[in-house]
Ligand binder design. Structure first.
Ligand code: NIG
Ligand code: FE
Length: 425
């Protein structure tokens, strides 16, 4: 077999080899490390993974590209499975309020926060949104992210803006090397004009928006901000079930700030993931473990909100919940595209081991997007999405925090990021 690309002499190759399902408990520590590893790629897929030399049956031609990864680390492409990628404007004006002690939900209630991004997103053209999101996607790619989830939710009752956001995500998925998976999140805040009758907005989402989005195939998932003063448990359940009826898989922003039973609800509905979970109860965690709901944790957000508490990742892992990690990149509660920083936070704040962090950011992130049979590990037949890190081992990248360790990114077998070319020399 003639191969297209070979990465050889890899000091530390983390394959994440194992079952194509979310990894739980001690499985999260098994990262399939091969020292002096080699990977061969053909037609965008992994053709061989091993140690030392390539076996004889694999041939090279003059077109075969060879990357010498002596002293380097290779991991599967990172999966950022929770972002609010497409939005207008920014919210640096909130910083001063926050430093004076204003809380996230107070800013939202006063008509700022998400509402201010709704205005900016409404006022932005398709092209402006596309350019802004593309810039972020480029940054994500530079940090080694090869698959990203993108939520709508900055249009709310302005359905055209919701659609515009999802159309931008769709176009970026077509144009950009990073794969973009779309989520409908019209239920992100209660719009001003529905303040006195939020159920009316819930009904509009269910009766008008969800059927149209499904008809236009604009989203794979449906998400709701289930929170005190935003959407309650009943409303969340109604929306997620309506989404399911139209083939939109459920996800939920659950127990981010107040413990209102979001984790329990995620288990009851059968969500693919419940996200945030800072205030999740023991009962909710156990119910999630039983139903196989993934805990998609966002340590950058609780850090940036200067929350008193963080998600209990280690307890969740102990109780059998599969944990994934994401940036939550958005203009309010977590304005960063830096997945590597989030991974360091997960280790330093949650006390997850580097191995658990790597599993959570690759195969478990893939499972949060229901893509675990295609991406998330370096195994024969899977998509050739991988990152070459300028580090002797993965642990080093967690320890040396806040910088970008990426040297090269390979997406579907193509070299799409080269640190030195990117810098122009
Ligand atoms: O996941 N909590 C709700 N949604 C986002 C924040 C969105 C925003 O503030 O613009 C989150 O934290
Ligand atoms: Fe979010």
């Amino acid at each position: 077999m003639k191969v297209d690309l070979i990465i050889k002499n890899i000091k530390s190759l983390y394959t994440l080899q194992g079952p194509n399902r979310p990894r739980i408990k001690d499985e999260m520590k098994e990262v399939g490390l091969i020292e002096n590893g080699i990977v061969a790629i053909k037609d965008g897929k992994i053709a061989y993974v091993g140690q030392g030399e390539l076996p004889k049956e694999f041939e090279t031609s003059e077109d075969t590209k060879i990357i010498d990864a002596t002293g380097k680390t290779v991991i599967p492409g990172l999966v950022d499975s929770h972002t609010h990628l497409v939005h207008g404007g920014s919210r640096e004006h909130e910083l001063a309020m926050k430093l004076k002690g204003a809380k996230y939900l107070e800013i939202l209630e006063a008509g700022g926060g998400i509402h201010s991004t709704v205005k900016a997103t409404k006022n932005a053209s398709f092209l402006e949104l596309y350019e802004q999101a593309k810039k972020s996607l480029d940054i994500m790619l530079s940090f080694g992210v090869t698959t990203v989830e993108a939520k709508s939710g900055y249009g709310l009752d302005d359905f055209d803006t919701e659609i515009k956001q999802m159309e931008v995500a769709k176009k970026l998925n077509e144009d950009h090397p990073v794969d973009v998976v779309s989520t409908f999140m019209g239920a992100h805040a209660i719009p001003e004009r529905y303040k006195d009758d939020p159920d009316k907005f819930v009904n509009a989402i269910i009766d008008e928006m969800i059927p149209e989005i499904a008809k236009r195939s604009l989203a794979k998932f449906c998400d709701v901000f289930c929170e005190k003063g935003v959407f309650d448990l009943e409303q969340t359940k109604k929306i997620l079930k309506a989404g399911l009826n139209y083939g939109l898989l459920p996800k939920v922003h659950a127990d981010e700030i107040e413990p209102i039973g979001g984790a329990e609800l995620a288990a009851e509905v059968g969500c693919i993931s419940a996200d945030h979970l800072v205030a999740a109860s023991d009962k909710g965690i156990d119910m999630m473990a039983e139903k196989g709901v993934i805990a998609n944790l966002l340590p950058g957000t609780s850090f940036y909100l200067q929350a008193a508490k963080h998600a209990r990742a280690k307890e969740m892992i102990k109780r059998g919940v599969a944990v994934s990690l994401s940036t939550d990149y958005n203009p309010g509660s977590c304005p960063t595209e830096n997945m590597q920083l989030v991974m360091s936070f997960a280790s330093l704040i949650y006390k997850m081991t580097p191995e658990e962090v790597l599993t959570a950011s690759t195969i478990n992130g893939a499972a949060s997007l229901k893509l675990e049979d295609q991406i998330g590990s370096i195994e024969v037949g899977k998509m050739a999405d991988l990152v070459i890190l300028d580090a002797p081992n993965f642990e080093y990248t967690i320890y040396h925090f806040g910088i970008n360790h990426t040297l090269y990114v390979i997406k579907s077998g193509q070299l799409v990021y080269d640190k030195y070319k990117y810098m122009g020399f």
